[in-house]
Design a protein around this ligand. Structure first.
Ligand code: CDP
Ligand code: ZN
Length: 161
């Protein structure tokens, strides 16, 4: 068997007033925040789904249903750590993560090093094995109008020997 699997993840959340903007565990100063049952960390949710996809696990919505009061306001980092533990339990090591945040505003470039550091710690992999990039939506569609943000992620896992 070829000892690698790749997974992809995607997530989106609406932007609303009166919420903090939390992206990959970093509080980014902005006039709005992402809405959701949990902390709505769209980057960690996309990364979590990419790990699930690679390791053959169910998606985060099924593993941690938002109808369950245990996950209300949940720190998405805790959920990601649990998913990584499940992936390891299935015999997979995380090799790398690549993620893109689509956000018309704000610019996240200055916060990216801290985001990568957070994700690397949660996944217990090296900083250089986590990449995160911001893109605008070129003012196209709902994301371009700043109604919300979306994130895409890819994850490679390798069979533990
Ligand atoms: O130039 P291009 O159309 O490829 O990208 P863009 O969406 O116009 O974004 C230009 C640059 O701004 C990106 O390469 C990122 O470095 C940065 N960026 C960011 O830091 N945060 C965002 N929310 C969007 C873009
Ligand atoms: Zn989400």
């Amino acid at each position: 068997m070829i000892p690698f699997r790749v997974g992809i993840g995607y997530d989106s959340h609406r932007l609303v007033e009166g919420r903090k903007l939390i992206l990959a565990g970093v509080e980014v100063p902005f006039e709005k925040g992402l809405d959701g049952h949990s902390d709505a960390d769209v980057l960690l949710h996309a990364i979590s789904d990419a790990v699930c996809g690679a390791a053959g696990l169910e998606d985060i919505g099924r593993l941690f249903p938002d109808t369950d009061p245990r996950w209300k306001g949940a720190d998405s980092g805790v959920l990601l750590s649990q998913i990584v533990a499940l992936a390891r339990g299935e015999g997979w090591d995380i090799v790398n993560i690549d993620a893109i945040l689509i956000a018309q505003r704000p610019k996240i470039a200055d916060f990216v090093p801290k985001m990568r550091e957070n994700v690397a710690k949660l996944l217990q992999i090296e900083y250089n094995c986590v990449n995160i990039r911001g893109k605008t939506a070129e003012q196209l569609g709902a994301l371009g109008a700043g109604l919300g943000m979306a994130a895409h992620a890819a994850c490679l896992v390798a069979r533990k020997d």
